[in-house]
Design a protein around this ligand. Structure first.
Ligand SMILES: [Zn+2]
Length: 296
């Protein structure tokens, strides 16, 4: 057994993910159907397992074009606005950000890497979607590779690691965070965004909360359970906020008409109207932005 392999290390603690990913407690039933909940820390997760082939198939071209986003690429402007605001927060927290090498896990089409490249010493990333990475390299010219972060060796620790809206998609977020603890230098930072199931909106919506949709979203963290996972791996949480997001009107229309109401025909009939190019800012305060520092 190779002790430096993070997947192997985790396997000794939590061999097949049967224990709570956040605190290693036991799972019991959740009041939300189809989900299970840690009896100790309250972490909520989907009751399922998925193979790597199934996962790669899930994030083929169809995923970014219609399954969740009508056309992820047409969202570029609003996504970049959101990334710019996160970068400003990071600059406030980390005055020497510009001297740090950044690695992004789940970099998709490379919009964040492209947006952040002049604010850090270097920026590169990885994503499981080959289609997205091909786009990132070809159209953005960013340093991005297709693959599974859990199996990707980083030659030297970085000063900053980002995971935007990614952790909820991973079969084993604990394996990724444990690897991140190896890949982030002491004093370095990890920044994560994901849904907050303890938020007012998530509590109000219950099983209808828009973030609950296995198998693409498998894990439902709260500030407390995400902090537990990070702290268990040698990180100290230094920032928590619930920032709003700019969304393209077309993507909101798609979500409501096509995904929620099942009126795909109506959606397709009007989706090309120019008016839907506009972006609006909205904040349901149910997406958390957590930054943690790797302890020395
Ligand atoms: Zn737990």
């Amino acid at each position: 057994m190779n002790a430096s392999n993070p997947a192997t290390d985790t396997a000794t603690v939590n061999p097949d993910g049967k224990l709570c990913l956040a605190c290693l407690g036991d799972y019991g039933p959740s009041k939300l159907p189809g989900l299970k909940q840690c009896v100790r820390c309250g972490f909520i997760t989907a009751d399922m397992s998925i193979s790597e082939e199934e996962l790669a198939a899930l994030y083929g071209e169809d995923y970014f074009h219609g399954e969740e986003y009508r056309n992820y690429v047409s969202e570029e402007a609003s996504l970049k606005d959101n990334f710019r605001r996160r970068i400003v927060t990071l600059q406030q927290l980390i005055p020497d950000l510009k001297q740090r090498e950044l690695f992004e896990v789940g970099c998709a089409y490379g919009f964040f890497l492209d947006e952040v490249k002049n604010d850090v010493a270097s920026a590169r990333g990885i994503d499981i979607s080959r289609d997205a990475i091909a786009h990132a390299r070809e159209h953005k010219g960013v340093n991005a590779i297709a693959g599974n972060y859990a199996e990707y060796p980083i030659e030297r620790p970085v000063g900053m690691l980002a995971m935007w809206d990614t952790i909820e998609h991973l079969p084993r977020p604990d394996v990724f965070i444990e690897k991140a603890a190896h890949d982030v230098a002491p004093g370095g930072f990890i920044a994560v965004t994901t849904g907050d199931i303890d938020s007012f909106n998530a509590r109000m919506r219950g099983k209808h909360w828009r973030m609950i949709h296995p198998p693409t979203h498998m894990h439902y963290f709260s500030v407390a359970t995400l902090s537990k996972l990070l702290e268990r791996n040698g990180f100290e949480v230094v920032h928590v906020s619930h920032p709003g997001n700019a969304r393209n009107l077309r993507s909101i229309l798609h979500f409501i008409l096509d995904l929620r109401l099942g009126w795909g025909g109506l959606y397709r009939a009007i989706a090309d109207w120019k008016i839907f190019d506009l972006s609006i800012s909205m904040n349901l305060f149910d997406i958390m932005f957590v930054v943690a520092r790797r302890k020395a």
